[in-house]
Design a protein around this ligand. Structure first.
Ligand SMILES: Nc1ncnc2c1ncn2[C@@H]1O[C@H](COP(=O)(O)OP(=O)(O)O)[C@@H](O)[C@H]1O
Ligand SMILES: [Mg+2]
Length: 243
């Protein structure tokens, strides 16, 4: 099983939306996928209609309960709990629980913003980090800091940076991308080719508690997440896409 921590220091960069929509695309492509909601805000669980479900992540970390099947075939969720901020970061309690998961191809961990204990658990346990970011000057600083923090925790952990809410026509977006490339290149981190556009279908689908593909299948947002799945299936060597 490939474990990917979806993280950025900043909030509102599309972490939970990416976990939801990329998870759905991977599941549709027949990869058995489990999403772990490590953010006490539970946005991801809510967006799958499974807020306040039990067993939640705290039960699961204590060895009780299994991931719950969502309404999407092959897509499972360990729902979040408001109490995750109480987790400690002395021991890696997440990794042994991940090892217990049998038969999954991919695990996407939706992390809270900031470098809290749940985030550290995810970084220590992950094979890679997926870092959604806005292409704005204020976000660039956050990416530089986040990249440094990942390197401090796990020097060789690969990081893929994803541009979300991307407005390609803006000059400022292109300037920030140039700066991003300059920051990522020396540490061999990757700026993904796929960009996720700023598209209201993404936020509207969360209100409907479904992935964008189930709400507006031909919307630019839904199509972009399909493209992202194709890119990462190849990059992460997940195997061939089924026809
Ligand atoms: N590509 C997008 N286009 C438009 N709105 C988006 C997009 N991605 C996320 N959003 C909206 O931005 C807000 C924050 O997204 P979210 O995924 O919860 O970010 P995070 O998990 O990083 O805090 C939500 O209201 C969400 O609906
Ligand atoms: Mg979130």
């Amino acid at each position: 099983m490939l474990t990917v921590a979806i993280w950025n220091l900043k909030g509102g960069t599309g972490k939970s939306s990416t976990a939801l929509n990329l998870g759905a695309e991977l599941a549709i492509a027949q990869f058995k996928t489990v999403l772990i909601d490590l953010d006490g805000q539970r946005t991801l669980s809510y967006s799958l209609g499974m807020d306040r479900s039990t067993p939640n992540v705290l039960d699961w970390l204590e060895g009780r309960g299994k991931p719950l099947l969502t309404e999407i075939d092959q897509l499972y969720l360990v729902p979040g709990d408001i109490g995750t901020f109480q987790l400690f970061s002395e021991d890696n309690i997440l990794k042994p629980c991940l090892r217990q998961l049998k038969g999954f191809d991919v695990c996407l961990i939706d992390c809270p913003p900031s470098l809290s204990a749940p985030t550290l658990q995810a970084i220590w346990s992950a094979d890679r980090v997926l870092m959604p970011t806005l292409a704005e000057p204020a976000s660039l600083k956050g990416v530089i800091e986040a990249v440094g923090l990942v390197r401090d925790e796990q020097e060789n952990l690969p990081v893929d940076v994803l541009r979300t809410r991307y407005r390609s026509r803006l000059k400022i977006s292109r300037e920030v991308v140039e700066q991003l490339v300059a920051v990522l290149k020396p540490v061999h981190y990757r700026l993904l080719k796929t960009t996720i556009p700023d598209n209201v279908a993404i936020s509207e689908s969360i209100a409907r508690q479904v992935p964008a593909r189930n709400y507006a299948t031909s919307s630019p947002g839904a199509i972009a997440y399909r493209d992202l799945a194709i890119e990462v299936i190849s990059l992460w060597k997940l195997g061939p896409l089924l026809p």
